[in-house]
Design a binder for this molecule. Structure first.
Ligand SMILES: NC(=O)c1ccc[n+]([C@@H]2O[C@H](COP(=O)([O-])OP(=O)(O)OC[C@H]3O[C@@H](n4cnc5c(N)ncnc54)[C@H](OP(=O)(O)O)[C@@H]3O)[C@@H](O)[C@H]2O)c1
Length: 328
């Protein structure tokens, strides 16, 4: 079988297309014939070696996969079933989705929900699932459109674009926060953003609290931007923390929490257990399915083109989503 495998080289871990034996795959009850995967920031770090994602090597790359069950030792899945896996340590400790075959424990597998094709599932992938999960967490904590606009940082990235479109479809008023206001502003408005601002526009100049301008936020950046946005959320608003593109540190005060009842909600898409995972995927196949999914996932590439796209993602020159046809 063919796989894009992370191996140790003299320059550190790197992804290489190679042949391997199915028997070498990491353990599990379900073997999936992969059809599509997609490229997330984490994939780019793993494949270029810009970040150490694969904690054992060699290990197949690809944190997401959609395909057809080839064999199953678990009663929940049968040969011929369309399924998907996002996260679950694929490409970290388990062989991932950029390979002809993927073998995983049955608990990691989600049946493809009605309303999604295998390609659409990977056009969404971890990015779409994370945006859906963040919206689900906000709503569970009583976030309503009436509370005010929702900030979406890292807006032109995969999670950001999906979050904007899904929030707009769910009746919220998204505000895109991007470093590329000029270059990406028009496209972000077309996705549903009601306003487009730069991260600097949220600067509170060291003050713990500013005006209550926003109902909530979905934040991909962390660092100072997250601290500043917490001070501008309305009473009982929610901020879903999904990423650390600007940094892992959070230096803030308790003021937004104790004076305004603001909640900071953690989002971990990697090990989301079945009840919530299934609920989010049903929403992604229904009301939250992005109307412009094919516009956001603007390219489908073969295995040989994966490296070039990963380089662009690491260089910050990529926008939207790239699907990989694993059979090409
Ligand atoms: N919690 C989870 O389970 C989970 C799941 C998926 C992803 N994530 C994390 O969420 C973040 C976004 O993921 P993604 O797949 O959407 O990544 P992506 O496609 O690479 O997008 C990240 C976006 O963040 C902005 N950005 C990048 N570097 C920045 C910097 N140094 N300072 C400020 N802004 C920067 C850029 O948007 P602009 O150019 O528009 O500013 C970029 O498009 C990543 O940190 C990723 O690791 C977490």
């Amino acid at each position: 079988m063919r796989a894009l495998r992370i191996i140790d080289t003299d320059d550190g871990p790197r992804g290489r297309i190679t042949e391997m034996d199915q028997a070498e795959l990491t353990a599990g009850e379900v073997v999936i014939a992969a059809r599509y995967s997609s490229l997330n920031y984490k994939d780019a770090l793993a494949i270029t070696g810009a970040g150490k994602i694969a904690r054992k090597r060699p290990l197949n790359a690809g944190i997401d996969v959609a395909g057809v069950v080839r064999s199953s030792e678990d009663g929940r899945f049968h040969p011929g079933d369309d399924v998907l896996v996002t996260g679950w340590q694929l490409s970290e400790t388990r062989d991932g989705g950029l390979a002809d075959l993927v073998r995983v424990p049955a608990d990691c597998v989600t049946a493809l929900p009605p309303g999604l094709t295998l390609w659409e599932a990977m056009a969404l992938g971890t990015a779409g699932f994370t945006a859906g999960l963040a919206i689900s967490r906000l709503r569970d904590n009583f976030q309503t459109p009436e509370a005010g606009p929702i900030l979406v940082t890292g807006a032109s990235g995969g999670v950001g674009m999906f979050a904007i479109q899904m929030l707009a479809q769910a009746g919220f008023s998204p505000v895109a926060v991007t470093r590329r206001v000029e270059a990406q502003g028009k496209a972000l408005r077309e996705l549903g953003a009601n306003d487009v601002i730069a991260p600097d526009d949220l600067d509170l100049a060291g003050k713990p609290l500013g005006k209550e301008l926003y109902g909530g936020a979905i934040d991909a950046l962390g660092g100072q931007v997250l601290a500043d946005m917490l001070g501008q959320i309305v009473q009982f608003g929610n901020v879903a923390a999904i990423g650390l593109a600007a940094g892992p540190k959070l230096e803030t005060t308790v003021m937004p929490f104790i004076l305004r009842g603001v909640s900071l909600l953690g989002i971990n898409s990697v090990e989301c257990l079945a009840p919530r995972r299934d609920a989010v995927w049903s929403e992604l196949a229904g009301a939250l399915k992005p109307a412009q999914l094919e516009h956001i996932a603007h390219e489908t590439i073969g295995m040989n083109d994966v490296h070039a796209v990963c380089d662009a993602i690491v260089a910050g020159e990529h926008s939207g989503r790239t699907v990989v046809d694993v059979t090409r």
